[in-house]
Design a protein around this ligand. Sequence first.
Ligand code: ZN
Length: 161
Amino acid sequence: MSFQFDDELYRDIILDHYRNPRNKGDLDPADVSVSANNPLCGDEVTITARLGDDGETVKELHFSGRGCSISQASASMMAEEIQGKPLLEALKLINRFKEMMLAEGDAEGLGDLEALQGVKKYPVRIKCAVLPWNSLLQGLTERAGESVGPEAHSHTVGGMA
Ligand code: ZN
């Protein structure tokens, strides 16, 4: 890895999540299951989630995959931040994170996620950071558009299954 972060704190947060990932492993069964990859970097990520009985809360959120420290740390941070949140708040946070990474959105209130702002200096790595978030967003959006069913939803985006 050849990252140079100006801020050592940011680097430490990212490396901590990379080395000690939170909520790693697949939930089975899951209400939401989305796999995606980033061919530019070779990152692979699978997001699985269970919703609360009312379908309005992200009760559990896990990830699995492999790839660079940015993609895996971002997935770990996402799992930690989103798990337990009401669905609407989860969607808001996804959008705020994407605004921070892809536009000029500020990092206020985003906690450790602010560390990923350092990646914006490396445009090719922004995709790494956003990959898990886009996957979760797609999974939640598709889930919301479905009629209620007992089966886990499975979907693969961005290449080979
Ligand atoms: Zn990557």
